[in-house]
Design a protein around this ligand. Structure first.
Ligand code: ADP
Ligand code: MG
Length: 629
């Protein structure tokens, strides 16, 4: 019964102190969210208790109904939020409240924009919710006892948010957690039951646990009133839900203050019964590219919250979708492992994916401007779908947007359908080029012959595009072809006379080509006369089966071994620099090297010996200027 332990004083972890400072001094535009955060934590604590009690019944102790209690002391200017959920041990309090165990905190601090409403939105997303109490309080007291522990295992934690907290052991008969906020002078307006009710109505109405408040009437103070509707929005009929309610619900689950780009509410009956309410946020979440990021689907079973971050309910390329799935027939004690290979979950996922893609298709067809906004936010992620999701490849391909030589800037707004529609009769394939930037793609020498013949080429510059084109081999029966690979198949665009002419040229240049090839040695697979260049003297081409320069560079930058594949160098027989070369030219070696390096540079490659390149160019320039003078 040793509960008379002294009060210990601790410092917060540095990050916590930074965060608190920031909370208090700059995030004051949306203070009321503190209540949402406390209710959400209390509700989580009850969910966790219910979940653990499925296997360890004794945790429920007295067995009283799980609920939250919010009360106000108008005179003392305090607000108290109490739950009878799982509670915390002393260690857990230190761990969860004194430090920010999550690596997210640093990232949170780094991603603050200085824009208050956007920053306030981040608070929830990063799971640093508890500290929002210091938005309105200058002293906070938390008492807790973990379910299943003895009454003398209670703990009290207090802090004024300025860098330190105290912690001590106490007696506490009730399991669960109680948090008391001593309001700041400026924030005493929150010591008002009516105000708190309206905040609960706004943010927490859908919480399925009863949230109770004492009756306002002083005389009936002992009576408790349930202030949230608690009716899960998704379970109501579509026709009875206003857009406003959908948006409000969306903001409570996503912490996003903007309205969603799309809302999909769907009730499925029959042998697999479930409801899904899914949202596509207008803006991509900050952690879209974080591998550890939480997925956005919460799983319920008959209105009871089971788990968040239900990865198996949405494929990775749709990880930005937020919402809930409420399945009627799953057991309440499902685990993440159970979900992994559950047939029902798989069917729900497949149906949800189809719904989302159909909605995107509708947007693309009927509201192209909305779709353009969507593409800008999520295009890169959606492209992963072509690699991951073969069942839906056709639909996904329809949703793709690219920039192209026939667009006038680098916006990605050309669909494959547009492209195919514009193709001249005699064009066989869909041409594309990949590079590490839009400007590198659009200025590539490989495009010269296409420009000359007015053939459209898609300009691909997202890293994921390389994988996209290996998965998507054709569209509408037309093969996708890289303009930088293999021999060109533009015969239909050249007349016979030209063809004959170039065949003769090739014969004339055979000696030079052979000599250059020998001089370049190991650098190239071969050298040949080009049919794709009009302005540049030379370019590098990958063999049909090889990876190609851009993909090789991407793999290398990811620290991966790229299979060694040498390029083919093509030379432009009409270029003056090539025309002055003969197999006997005394500087042919220098010229060959310079042409090779230039071709690599124009592809966006880095030279292995830039100084040697500069030296050679300078030598050749000096010679040229001496000859000219
Ligand atoms: P998050 O809820 O995203 O985890 P919070 O800052 O809101 O972040 O809470 C931090 C942690 O503190 C929670 O994960 C939980 O472990 C613990 N916690 C907070 N409030 C309670 C509570 N009422 N009951 C039990 N644990 C709590
Ligand atoms: Mg929380």
């Amino acid at each position: 019964m040793a509960t008379d332990q002294a009060v210990e004083r601790h410092s917060f972890q540095t990050e916590v102190t930074q965060l608190l400072h920031l909370m208090i001094h700059s995030l004051y535009s949306n203070k009321e969210i503190f209540l949402r955060e406390l209710i959400s934590n209390g509700s989580d604590a009850c969910d966790r208790l219910r979940f653990s009690a499925l296997t360890e019944e004794s945790l429920m102790e007295s067995g009283d109904e799980l609920s939250l209690l919010v009360s106000v002391d108008k005179k003392a200017k305090t607000i108290t939020v109490r739950d009878n959920g799982i509670g915390m041990t002393r260690e857990e309090v230190v761990e969860n409240i004194g430090t920010i165990a999550r690596s997210g905190t640093r990232q949170f601090l780094d991603s603050l924009s200085g824009d208050q409403s956007a920053d306030a939105r981040l608070i929830g997303q990063f799971g640093v919710g508890f500290y929002s109490v210091f938005l309105v309080a200058d002293k906070v007291e938390l008492v807790s006892r973990r379910a299943g522990e003895a009454p003398d295992q209670g703990v009290r934690w207090t802090s004024d948010g300025s860098g330190e907290y105290t912690i001590e052991n106490i007696e506490r008969a009730d399991r669960g957690t109680e948090i008391t906020l001593h309001l700041r002078k400026d924030d005493e307006e929150f010591a008002d039951a009516f105000r708190l009710r309206s905040i609960i109505g706004k943010y927490s109405d859908h919480i399925s646990l009863p949230i109770r408040m004492p009756d306002e009437d002083e005389k009936k103070k002992e009576e408790l009133e349930t202030v949230n509707k608690g009716s899960a929005l998704w379970a109501r009929a579509k026709s009875e839900i206003s857009e406003e309610e959908y948006n409000q619900f969306y903001s409570t689950i996503s912490y996003d203050t903007e309205t969603p780009l799309a809302t999909l509410h769907n009730r499925v009956e029959g042998n697999l019964e479930y409801i899904s309410l899914l949202f596509i946020p207008s803006k991509a979440p900050f952690d879209l590219w974080d591998r550890e990021q939480r997925h956005g689907i919460n799983l319920y079973v008959r209105r009871i919250f089971i788990l968040d971050d239900a990865k198996y309910l949405m494929p990775s390329y749709l990880r930005f979708v937020r919402g809930v799935v409420d399945a009627a027939d799953l057991p309440l004690n499902v685990s993440r492992e159970y979900l992994q290979d559950n047939k029902d979950i798989e069917r729900i996922r497949n149906a949800s994916v189809k719904k989302i893609l159909a909605e995107l298709k509708r947007l693309a067809d009927k509201e192209p401007e909305e779709y353009a906004r969507f593409w800008k936010e999520y295009g890169k992620v959606l492209k992963e779908g072509l690699v991951e999701d073969h069942d839906n490849q056709k639909t996904l391909a329809d949703l793709l947007r690219f920039s192209s030589t026939h667009g006038d800037n680098d916006t990605q707004d050309v669909s494959l359908t547009d492209y195919v529609k514009r193709m001249p009769m005699k064009q066989k394939g869909i041409y594309f080029i990949t590079a590490d930037s839009h400007s590198a793609a659009s200025s590539s020498p490989h495009l010269e012959i296409f420009r000359k013949n007015d053939i459209e080429v898609l300009l691909l510059s997202d890293p994921v595009d390389e994988w996209l084109v290996t998965s998507l081999n054709e569209y509408d029966d037309k093969t996708l072809k890289s303009v930088a690979k293999g021999a060109l198949d533009l015969d239909d665009f050249t007349d016979d006379e030209k063809k004959k002419e170039s065949q003769e040229r090739e014969k004339d240049l055979a000696g030079l080509v052979e000599k250059i090839e020998k001089l370049l040695g190991e650098k190239v697979k071969s050298v040949r006369v080009s049919h794709r260049l009009t302005d540049s003297p030379a370019c590098l081409v990958a063999d049909e089966q090889d990876l190609g320069g851009n993909l090789e560079r991407i793999l290398q930058s990811m620290g991966q071994e790229a299979p060694e594949a040498k390029p083919i160098m093509e030379i432009n027989p009409d270029h003056p620099l090539i025309r002055q070369l003969t197999p006997e030219h005394d500087k042919l070696e220098e010229w060959s090297m310079v042409l090779f390096d230039q071709a690599a540079l124009s592809e966006g490659a880095k030279l292995s010996q830039p100084a040697a390149y500069v030296q050679r160019v300078n030598d050749l320039l000096t010679r040229a200027s001496l000859l000219a003078s």
